[in-house]
Design a protein around this ligand. Structure first.
Ligand code: GDP
Length: 661
């Protein structure tokens, strides 16, 4: 029986039960999920008496107490996207042997220098009782902090009377395939704000929905792990978060990662337990799993609302929206802005459109953005609002706080996370020189100078559909540094692969990697003519895998020794200058004809040799198993003696593996 089920039957809270049962003599473990049925029945039947003892011992678990309860408390560890087993052990401060044995239990045979990705490492860390959290690069953190600081300063300057309520901005996060996109679509379809329903819905990175007369803004962040960068920002611009978890799949690495991001941002959130229409969906199990992560459901005395939903069937979506409104109500004092001033907003999506030029979605956070406003980034004039449209393609003249709008009129492609201001007057601002500004987003070599000149280098030109993916991929590639080979971005940008990219790749001996970016026909022809490779991808991991296998292909060959067995020499029959004939016993493993041997005397190496032929009894043999005596001819210049040990091995040529720097 699940402990949560037992808690329900006994009408006590799960955490109280977990803490209380050991005190009553039932040794269940602080993280136990199940309890065997016999014990469970014993407890249920004896509850009239046990319950009284339980009451006497009762500790009221609020979340703080649970955190202090010992075994439930987990140490927070920050893990990078990729790390070696050695670094992993150091980060966790656990002995390497212990870590390796936990890895083995999880089916991972890894050497000290083996690299583990975040997903694997975080599962192992969880298993060992840690609370893993993805490390953010300083660049990301700086930018994230800049956003909140700027906004805080912005609102701090407003007088209390000028601040008006605005729609809350909500992000939806969770593991891939748990239903984020479906949920966003369902909300969008069922709760359109604009009367012009049926207008062409455009994916602009965010949209607004209406519930009970209140407007909610949803940021539509891509759900892929490699987008952590953007999601982190998503969480910073957001007032509330929905963490989606599929009831049939449970808490997964990206669920935990998202939870950390939400917590780090201090954003109130609810857990949407999705796919409850599916067989095997277990709402209670999900709640108990989350409570192990110190996310305690409201009904168990905690602070976090859990809402069972089916995004696909549209089930309980209204309850979820209602709960979001309740959370917004609590945060009311913070969800404010002054609409009567010049606008301030964050770029949540941007790309270069072949027809329209630079296009960006601005989430207005304070003030009102108007058509014809000048657009200012830092102290630079980066364009003027030529046109604004909402997610239904409706043309707008004004965009008020909390609204996401697609803006035309940028002279340059801004980066996701950039803060822009709308100004009525252009005086006093420097004009952005598109050539200078572009330099910021293109041709920025990720590694300034690579140390080893002779290091094989994979040069690449990266083109992506939107700024968010460009950044995410560049960050991941930056981490692909190996001792044997490295990737170097010699050019990058948003938009279609054009002839200029091909020329740049040809000049830099580079391969073009296009992510969700089309290749212009003229560019394809030019690439064929110049012998430039153009590779297209739709999934970030596929792109990264391809770069890795290209790098592996550049590393050359190394000879690996594969140990076969160990032989003790029992008798020397004949000893010549270049060979001997001897009898031996296979102490360990096996030996095969043609294998090589390493000769040891009293543990000290004397030299090497090769087994020319084997005999078992009078028969020639190809292989001798462990425990058997046999005869052999060994080609060697070492003068062998009885009692010498032969370590038998074969040699395999193998592509060198990549070692991270
Ligand atoms: P995302 O990767 O988190 O955006 O997940 P998607 O929204 O793409 O959903 C992944 C899969 O789960 C799709 O095949 C959906 O149809 C399916 N799905 C999403 N929500 C539900 C649900 O409530 N019930 C069921 N049965 N399937 C769902």
């Amino acid at each position: 029986m699940n402990i949560s089920e037992l808690a329900r039957r006994l009408h006590v809270q799960l955490e109280e039960l977990r803490i209380g049962l050991p005190k009553l003599g039932f040794d269940i473990g602080s993280r136990a999920v199940k309890i065997d049925d016999r014990t469970a029945w014993k407890i249920i039947q004896g509850w009239s008496k046990l319950g009284r003892q339980f009451e006497a011992l009762r500790v009221k678990p609020d979340e703080e107490k649970i955190e202090a309860a010992g075994p439930v408390v987990k140490r927070l560890v920050k893990l990078p996207q990729v790390l070696t087993v050695r670094d992993f052990a150091a980060t966790l401060s656990v002995p390497i042997n212990k870590l390796i044995s936990v890895l083995m239990k999880n089916g991972i045979l890894a050497s000290l220098n083996e690299r583990l990705d975040y997903a694997t490492a975080s599962i192992i860390a969880e298993d060992m009782g840690f609370l893993p959290e993805p490390e953010t690069t300083t660049q990301e953190t700086d930018k994230m902090e800049a956003i909140t600081d700027a906004l805080k300063a912005e609102l701090g300057n407003e007088s209390a009377e000028s601040l008006k309520e605005r729609p809350p901005v909500i992000v939806i996060m969770g593991h891939v395939d748990h239903g984020k996109t479906t949920l966003l679509d369902t909300i969008r379809k069922a709760n359109v704000v604009s009367q012009e329903a049926g207008g062409i819905t455009q994916h602009i990175g965010a949209y607004q929905a209406m519930h009970k007369g209140r407007v909610l803004t949803f940021v539509d962040t891509p759900g892929h792990a490699a987008f952590t960068t953007m999601r982190s920002r998503g969480a910073r611009v957001a007032d509330l978060a929905v963490l989606v978890v599929a009831a049939d799949d449970g808490v997964q690495p990206q669920t935990i990662e998202a939870l950390h991001i939400i917590r780090a941002a201090g954003v109130p959130f609810l857990i949407a337990v999705n796919k409850v229409d599916k067989e095997g969906a277990d709402f209670e199990r999900i709640k108990s799993k989350f409570s192990e992560l110190n996310v305690i459901p409201e009904e168990w005395g905690g602070k976090t609302p859990f809402v069972p939903i089916s995004a696909k069937k549209g089930l309980n979506i209204d309850v979820m929206l209602e709960t979001l409104l309740t959370l917004a109500e609590v945060e009311k004092g913070k969800i404010v802005a002054n609409p009567d001033r010049e606008a301030f907003g964050t770029i949540i999506e941007s790309h270069l459109d072949p027809g329209e030029g630079a296009v960006a979605t601005v989430l207005v956070q304070n003030g009102t953005l108007k058509r014809n406003d000048y657009l200012v980034f830092e102290n630079m004039l980066v364009g003027r609002v030529r046109a604004m449209r909402d997610w239904n393609s409706k043309i707008l003249d004004l965009a008020s706080p909390g609204m996401p709008v697609r803006v035309l009129g940028f002279k340059v492609v801004p980066s996701v996370g950039d803060i822009v201001r709308g100004k009525v007057n252009a005086a006093g601002f420097e004009k952005a020189r598109p050539d200078l500004f572009r330099a910021k987003i293109s041709a920025a070599p990720i590694e300034a100078e690579h140390r080893a000149e002779e290091l094989p280098m994979l040069n690449l030109v990266l083109k992506t559909d939107v700024e968010g993916s460009l950044e995410a991929i560049a960050v991941s590639l930056e981490k692909m540094r190996f001792t044997e080979a490295a990737a170097k971005i010699i050019g990058k940008g948003v938009g279609m692969v054009g002839e200029a990219d091909v020329l740049q790749a040809a000049a830099g001996n580079a391969t073009i990697y296009a992510f969700n970016a089309d290749v212009a026909e003229s560019a394809a022809n030019l690439a064929a003519e110049k012998g430039v490779r153009v590779k297209s991808f739709r999934i970030i991991y596929d792109l990264l895998d391809d770069v890795k296998s290209e790098l592996e292909g550049m590393t050359g060959v190394e000879v690996m020794r594969v140990a076969l067995g160990r032989v003790i020499l029992k008798q020397i029959f004949r000893s010549e200058k270049s060979y001997i004939i001897a009898g031996g016993l296979v102490e360990d493993g096996k030996i095969i004809a043609g294998a090589r041997v390493n000769i040891l005397r009293k543990g000290a190496p004397l030299g090497e040799g090769k087994i020319e032929g084997l005999q078992s009894g009078r028969q020639e043999a190809k292989e001798i198993p462990m425990g058997s005596e046999f005869g052999m001819k060994i080609n060697t210049r070492v003068t062998l003696a009885e009692g010498d040990i032969l370590e038998v091995f074969t040699e395999e040529k193998k592509k060198k593996t990549l070692t991270p720097q």
